[in-house]
Design a protein around this ligand. Sequence first.
Ligand SMILES: CC(C)(COP(=O)(O)OP(=O)(O)OC[C@H]1O[C@@H](n2cnc3c(N)ncnc32)[C@H](O)[C@@H]1OP(=O)(O)O)[C@@H](O)C(=O)NCCC(=O)NCCS
Length: 158
Amino acid sequence: MTRLTPLDEAALARLLEAAEAGADPREVMPPVEGPPGWTSVRRAAFLAFHRARSLNPATAVERTWVIDVDGTAVGAARLERHGEAVEAGIWLSRAARGRGIGKQVTALLLAEARATGAASFIASTTADNRGARALLGGIGANLTTEGDEVAAVLPLRP
Ligand SMILES: CC(C)(COP(=O)(O)OP(=O)(O)OC[C@H]1O[C@@H](n2cnc3c(N)ncnc32)[C@H](O)[C@@H]1OP(=O)(O)O)[C@@H](O)C(=O)NCCC(=O)NCCS
């Protein structure tokens, strides 16, 4: 069963474990200088990133959830307000990809976005990300490609 658990310090520790076990840092956090992989510097930056963006009320810009499947963290989902729009993001650990979890999480995020009263649901991805493009097209979003960037927009109001 796929559930979204609101991020807190305990969930953040589980999220870092999931990221280290099954994702490349470049897929789940902004770039950090240094050798590849989950160095101690990148682990600290991952924690600082989520604390600043979600957990610290003074700096928070988004809501983040840990994606739990049968009680195990397999990735993260987020919603960030941009004026009247709400931007969604998802990453899953490698073993969790291609099993329909992204589709379930997209539906959960969409329901949450509607509940906030946002005017539109938006997301961005890259042209080579077929999974993300399929997810966004699947909810009826309009996809626009510019170079390598794909922008998705789904109006939520009539
Ligand atoms: C992108 C991502 C969230 C998709 O989630 P997922 O659970 O793997 O996707 P699902 O299994 O729910 O599949 C959803 C749809 O995408 C398609 N799909 C998934 N992975 C695909 C792939 N690699 N190539 C082509 N199609 C793919 C599925 O066939 C399905 O299509 P359908 O609705 O027509 O049946 C996930 O693969 C991921 O986390 N990737 C790494 C991080 C990332 O790229 N995040 C998004 C950045 S914008």
